[in-house]
Design a protein around this ligand. Structure first.
Ligand SMILES: Cc1ncc(COP(=O)(O)O)c(C=O)c1O
Length: 410
């Protein structure tokens, strides 16, 4: 993992952020604290998309052989550097929902090993897909969180046994930012012969991940958030050894060993990550996303994490002092990149979001959770102070009430 730039410990948080801010156009227009939903766009995305358009305009059909066809694996290799994934083990797909469906379609649910184990804090898409496999013999084991924040690791480990086929589980929980003990989950699954599919969407780009050190079987996510890569660029890593054995039924000619021989009949799967593909790739999304991966590699996830912990710890202390409740993990080592601020029962989350937006501050809200707020490597400490000031003022004045009933856009 690259960590090439000056470590935040040697710089003030603001000086660290200033190194990167000019690369993100939106940062000069607002206080951007919503990376857990949509990361700011790097200015280089424009160049990537212009290059794509030029290639199409000037090279026409030849573009397929000049980078388009290979893009899902080539861009996967670039993203793979953030995860320490070996080249050829990451395939790009439009989103996590598709990826979960592809993986599910590669598994057998036999009576002896038919359990799918996850928690009720999973992102819902990672339930909808697996629920559908009940019809094909899957048994869903959903471990419940006692507090809506996290699930005790012991309870989860206990649920994973010799009957478990797969554990499709979140690394960082989307509502509370609780960072699950992925190493313990992978170790337990290995012990009993189950597979882990780790959804690292809320981790990759803000929490360091090394898929090889973790020994995770499969890891997926998207690029919209901490990777600043925009929509349409999901990634699926499968560890060597397992990869060659997977034969997804959700498949297509891009997964064929010789796609341009147009062989009729049954699928003959390609070697490497290409076997996980299906049809023609969404090239512009992949080109755009590579701009985000490049800057995340340049900054280095270790440096991002140190900056993030420093800022979230500061904001947490500030908000607690002002009387706000932050029900998420107290230990920063068990937390992803965002904080969740619980509102009172008589307060209205979407109205707070709209009121903050009116003041030029972007955050979001999730039901049964609260306001989600997050710094990234481009965030200055004074932006978080500004957020805390405005939030406190909205609560004290009740002026958020003027925003109840507005349309919720994100
Ligand atoms: C943990 C997690 N998984 C998955 C998704 C979304 O999945 P998809 O790429 O299918 O939209 C999100 C958020 O949007 C998420 O936070």
């Amino acid at each position: 993992m690259s960590d090439t730039h000056t470590a935040p410990a040697e710089l003030s948080a603001d000086a660290f952020a200033e190194q990167w801010r000019p690369r993100f156009p939106i940062l000069s227009t607002c206080t951007y604290l919503v990376t857990h939903s949509l990361g700011a766009m790097p200015g280089t995305v424009r160049e990537k998309l212009a290059a794509f358009a030029d290639q199409w305009a000037e090279r026409g059909v030849r573009a397929w052989a000049e980078g388009w066809w290979d893009a899902p694996v080539k861009v996967g290799d670039l993203l793979g550097r953030i995860l320490n994934a070996p080249p050829g083990t990451v395939a790009m797909h439009p989103n996590v929902s598709t990826i979960q469906s592809i993986v599910a379609s590669a598994l057998e649910f036999t009576p002896e090993r038919n359990r799918v184990v996850y928690t009720d804090q999973n992102f819902p898409t990672n339930m909808y897909v697996w629920e559908g496999y009940r019809k094909l013999g899957a048994e869903i084991v959903c471990v419940k969180s006692p507090d809506g924040i996290g699930v005790p690791t012991e309870a989860l480990l206990e649920a994973i046994d010799e009957r478990t086929r797969v554990v499709p589980i979140s690394h960082v929980l989307f509502k509370s930012s609780y960072l699950q003990d992925a190493a313990a989950i992978c170790a337990r699954a290995r012990e009993v012969g189950a597979l882990v599919l780790l959804d690292a969407y809320q981790a990759t780009g803000t929490v360091p991940i090394d898929v090889q050190a973790l020994g995770v079987d499969m890891l997926c996510g998207g690029s919209v958030k901490w990777l600043c890569g925009g929509p349409g660029a999901g990634y699926l890593y499968v560890r060597p050894g397992l990869l060659e054995t997977l034969e997804p039924r959700i498949t297509g000619w891009a997964a064929h060993a010789a796609p341009f021989s147009f062989e009729p009949g049954a699928q003959r799967y390609a070697a490497g990550a290409a076997r996980l593909l299906n049809g023609s790739p969404a090239v512009p999304s992949l080109m755009a996303a590579s701009a985000g991966y490049e800057i995340v590699l340049e900054v280095g996830v270790e440096a991002i994490r140190r900056h993030s912990v420093r800022l979230t710890e500061g904001l947490r202390a500030d908000l607690l002092e002002r009387g706000f409740e932050l029900p998420g993990p107290v230990d920063p080592a068990r937390r992803g990149g965002s904080l969740t601020v619980r509102l009172r029962a008589d307060e209205h989350g979407p109205a707070f979001v709209a009121a903050l937006e009116r003041r030029g501050i972007l955050v979001d809200h999730r039901p049964d959770a609260g306001l989600r707020v997050s710094p990234h490597f481009y965030t200055r400490a004074d932006e978080l102070r500004e957020f805390a000031d405005v939030l406190a003022e909205l609560r004290a004045s009740g002026s958020w009430k003027g925003f109840v009933g507005g349309t919720k856009a994100y």
